[in-house]
Design a protein around this ligand. Sequence first.
Ligand SMILES: [Zn+2]
Length: 145
Amino acid sequence: MRLFQAVKERITTRQAAERYGITVGRNGMCCCPFHNDRHPSMKIDDRFYCFSCGSTGDVIDFTGLLFRIEPVEAARKLAEDFDINYEYQGEPNNQIKDRKDRESSIITPVKKTEDQIFNEKRTKVARVYLDYRSDLNKQKEKYAK
Ligand SMILES: [Zn+2]
């Protein structure tokens, strides 16, 4: 899942925790927000682990637990809060389409654009029409005599 991937690659659990108001000590320990923690018992870095209640996971699990939302909502929230661009799922995706177009144009650099094809056709049609008309004029001249 691209959204999940983007979020996990860009945000550590520690960054998310700090952003959402949790104080993390220099040693990477904080008070666990998932149980009534008086002394920091959660180790938080890329992932999190609470030595007291055993809760663990990655940045998306953490945010989901913290706000009591589904993982996909947590991932979206993180992406928004940290300004991460991600590819929407199940929607027409321009980024993917653009990339595919670019790739195919690299593989086949001579591929004509639709405009080029259209212009060529138009030129051809115009030429045929002009030929036809000049034929007609010749005929006219012929019969005029
Ligand atoms: Zn805990």
